[in-house]
Write a protein that binds this ligand. Structure first.
Ligand code: ARG
Ligand code: ZN
Length: 850
């Protein structure tokens, strides 16, 4: 059933308080609810509920509802208007549910003997009958009963005794923010004093053996609390803040009020089990969930179409947090790389949708890169357009005006309109229109007048359901660089509002090179003709780190696109690297990013954008061959860097040493193409931190000489799930494409391939989809393998299965043989009996493209 944005209707009741009394048992948990209601509009009382609720009693003001007035359907419970009092009344229900059966991990489920919940988006309806929609908010009072030692819910603890605990959350919240946890857990405990002097008890709850790996998450939590006070004046608002780590979780983490629940891989870290990238991700996700307390919880969404209201803004905030704590330049480049890899790809294919969609069948299919990451980019553009003062005034007004409300994108934009006087009607298209605008720039140079004229044009290709794309407002940040590398015009913010527009710059002595889209000022693709020499000039001299990196990246991309289509690779990129490798003043993390070649998927997208059909095998070969060329051209410099970038002293996940390691490992990856893997083997044998071990292991797997290392990893970490996930990932992802699927098949046959665990499933099956030449193998073996496993997973866990189907979204760009193989695999999935709504919607949308 399709839901439409335009169908929104308010619920005709208000809730004064929600009381829950939950007696836990793996099979037969009893949930008693009592909901204090008051009418606010006409109509019957309709509650949401899922299959799996065994309803034992339904009462109004304590009296059973007359069966003539009660309808219990598959997904709803209705009490007729005639059976409802005119004054405030209490609806109560008693239901029984089976958490042990819950492999979908939505609602109440068991993970490693621990009870936990995931209610966003619509999981609460699997716990009891309720208005499971974000615009119905209530304070909650919850009693949890179980023999397990630790019993948690949202808000503040009220009282506890043997086998029970009571919690009270005074802040009205929608059901999706409800949480409950019970288990044999240990806390890493700490305290925080807020800016107004409120004392907050902080706890990170983990399984007994994991306590020594929770310290970094705690540090990140405290840093987040300080940052939100300083950056936005936002203070925490309860006496306790609890975080729980669970092993079985469909996504990353969840911002339940006062009781965040995390995938354990985003909490647990130690130098010998987690990589620098894991540490950085833990820090940012801890921050993300904490920041939701204001952008998501205090101010929530009216309906799920507005998801990017909280997610785009909260991603934007966590990105700012990371750039403040680490390197802003490096963070920006990393975010853009990720945006292009996931969101541009989504926007260019059959699953394209706007940051605020206007229809869906299954909302869980819309927790996407578009809603999250593009949602964050749109906010960055808004900030650029309204300026710093406008941004600050707007945010202040947003928090004061909408505290305690369930809001829309219209509310959000109105705040900035009111705070700045700026008309945001055209800007709103960024929220309502799908697709990535393509920005072209042509240059006219008038030598006599010393005038440069830039002629811009924007177009956006049609996307599913949206054939016409009117022009958008595009903030274009640019600067001008003279031929000798000086900046002759510092960053200007141009505002493009029409389909085509010109901007001129006068009084220029010599023809400058345009440093375009500085800081990635808008999520668009850029097309311009530019010589390799000019790109090399920007790579050497641009004052804007993003544009500087982009210049190098474009050189590499052009060379690879040409080589993968049978042309001769332009040596300009490798030549330009000499300057970068020799410049000791550059941040090592930045140099590592310059050395990172465009991904195979990005090269394929580049070939598609030029109207040709990409060949995944040739792309892989072109990329391997460029890496080898670079290694040969720069062997001494790389070898020196490899030695020089060895971090000294004990491991620290901070940006400085992490950047050194990333450059060291980039050098290692290149050198291993010449030394047969000697350095990688030596590094592995030295058993340094997990970051360097994984860098070494990737090189060894690629060279097919990782047997011993893998055996050692297995014996050392057999009982560490998170490390073993890496064991499952590194083999199919780093192996030569021709071997990857066979390797994955044998890994899938291992007894510890616990495929019902989402992390383990993603570790292995996701790794195949991330090795493009293997996944897109011409014989269809990659598609078949992945489809087979998606069909096995779907009945158990529809959310995680449906999410991984995005791997197929690029199928229309391939040749006829591959298209047929992909279509066959997708049609097998589509034809599966009892296919979930989640997967059915995804397959239908993906197939519609071809
Ligand atoms: N709100 C969570 C976050 O942004 C994501 C949870 C979504 N879960 C889901 N099953 N759709 O961190
Ligand atoms: Zn979020």
């Amino acid at each position: 059933e399709t839901r439409l944005l335009d169908d929104y209707r308010p619920w005709p009741f208000r809730i004064a308080e929600t009381r829950l009394d939950v007696t836990l048992a793996p099979r037969g948990t009893v949930v008693r609810s009592e909901i204090a209601l008051e009418r606010s509009g006409p109509g019957p009382l309709v509650m949401d509920g899922g299959a799996g609720l065994r309803t034992r009693a339904v009462t109004i003001d304590g009296r059973p509802v007359d069966p003539a007035h009660l309808t219990i359907a598959a997904e709803s419970l209705t009490v007729a208007e005639a059976a409802l009092p005119d004054r405030p009344f209490a609806f109560a229900a008693e239901v029984e549910i089976d958490p042990a059966d819950n492999t979908a991990l939505e609602g109440l489920y068991l993970s490693g003997g621990m009870f936990c919940t995931q209610c966003e988006a619509e999981g609460f309806r699997h716990i009891t009958w309720y208005p499971d929609r974000p615009d119905v908010m209530a304070p909650f009072r919850v009693v949890v009963r179980s023999d397990l030692p630790v019993l948690l819910s949202n808000g503040n603890p009220v009282a506890q005794g043997r086998g029970w605990a009571e919690w009270h959350d005074p802040w009205p919240k929608p059901a999706y923010l409800f949480a409950l946890v019970a288990g044999d857990l240990r806390a890493l405990a700490d305290r925080f004093t807020t800016m107004s002097g409120r004392e907050v008890a902080l706890n990170i709850w983990v399984r007994p053996g994991d306590l020594d790996r929770a310290g970094f998450a705690m540090q990140a939590l405290k840093a987040s609390m300080v940052w939100d006070e300083q950056a936005y004046g936002r203070e925490y608002d309860l006496d306790v803040f609890n975080i729980v780590a669970v092993d079985d979780f469909n996504m990353g983490a969840m911002e339940n009020k006062g009781l965040n629940i995390f995938n354990s891989k985003l909490v647990l870290a130690s130098p010998d089990t987690a990589t620098d990238a894991d540490y950085e991700r833990i820090e940012s996700v801890i921050a993300h969930e904490y920041f939701h307390n204001w952008t998501g919880n205090r101010i929530t969404c009216r309906d799920w179409f507005q998801l990017c209201l909280k997610e785009g803004l909260t991603v934007y905030r966590d990105q700012q947090f990371t750039s403040d704590l680490r390197s802003a330049a490096v963070k920006r480049i990393e975010d853009v790389v990720a945006l292009r890899a996931r969101q541009f790809r989504e926007d260019a294919g059959p699953l394209a949708h706007p940051p605020r969609p206007d229809r869906y069948e299954e909302i869980n299919n819309f927790y996407t890169a578009t809603v999250y990451e593009k949602g964050a980019e749109v906010i960055g553009m808004l900030r650029r357009l309204v300026g710093e003062d406008g941004w600050r005034a707007g945010m202040e007004l947003y928090f004061t005006r909408h505290d305690g409300q369930a809001c829309t994108i219209e509310d959000w934009l109105r705040v900035f309109q009111d705070a700045t006087g700026r008309d945001l009607a055209q800007f709103k298209r960024w929220y309502t229109d799908a697709g990535t605008p393509r920005l072209t720039m042509a240059e006219d140079w008038d030598e006599d007048a010393g005038r440069l004229t830039l002629r811009f044009a924007q177009t956006t290709a049609p996307t599913p359901g949206q054939p016409d794309k009117p022009p958008r407002v595009i903030p274009i940040a640019l600067g001008l660089i003279s031929p000798n590398g000086d900046e002759v015009l510092p960053t200007q913010m141009l505002e493009m509002t029409a389909a085509a527009q010109e901007f001129s710059f006068d009084n220029l002595g010599a023809r400058p090179v345009v440093s375009l889209l500085r800081g990635f000022s808008a999520p668009v693709t850029v097309e311009r003709t530019m010589s390799a020499a000019d790109r090399a000039l920007l790579l050497a001299h641009d004052s804007d780190p993003f544009a500087r990196w982009q210049a190098g990246h474009d050189l590499a991309l052009e060379a690879l696109v040409a080589a993968a289509q049978g042309g001769d690779p332009d040596p300009a990129f490798s030549r330009a690297l000499a300057g970068v490798l020799g410049d000791g003043t550059l941040d090592p993390a930045f140099v590592a990013l310059v050395l990172r070649l465009p991904s195979e998927d990005e090269i394929a997208a580049g070939i598609t954008a030029r109207g040709a059909i990409p060949d995944p095998d040739r792309i892989h070969e072109a990329r391997e061959s460029l890496a080898e060329t670079i290694a040969r051209d720069h062997q001494p410099a790389l070898a020196a860097l490899y030695e020089r970038m060895e971090p000294q002293g004990p491991y620290s996940p901070d940006a400085g040493p992490a950047g050194q390691r990333s450059l060291r490992l980039a050098a290692l990856g290149l050198l291993s193409r010449l030394d047969g893997g000697e350095r990688a083997q030596a590094l592995w044998d030295a058993a340094p931190d997990m970051t360097q071990r994984m860098g070494a292991l990737a090189a060894l797997v690629r060279l097919d000489r990782a047997g011993t290392a893998l055996a050692q990893m297995e014996s050392q970490f057999a009982d560490n799930r998170l490390v073993m996930d890496k064991f499952f990932t590194i083999q199919p992802i780093a192996a030569a494409p021709a071997r990857a699927v066979a390797i994955a098949r044998s890994l899938a046959a291992r007894p510890d391939f616990d495929w019902k665990n989402p992390n383990r499933f993603r570790a292995l099956i996701g790794a195949v989809t991330a090795n493009p030449a293997a996944f897109h193998a011409a014989d269809g073996s990659g598609y078949d393998f992945v489809a087979e496993w998606l069909m096995r997973l779907d009945p158990a866990n529809p959310q995680t299965a449906a999410r991984m189907m995005t791997a197929f979204e690029t199928w229309p760009r391939h040749d006829a043989t591959r298209r047929k193989a992909a279509r066959d695999a997708l049609e097998r999935i589509a034809a599966m009996p009892l296919l979930s709504v989640n997967s059915a919607e995804m397959v239908r949308r993906i197939l519609a493209a071809g």
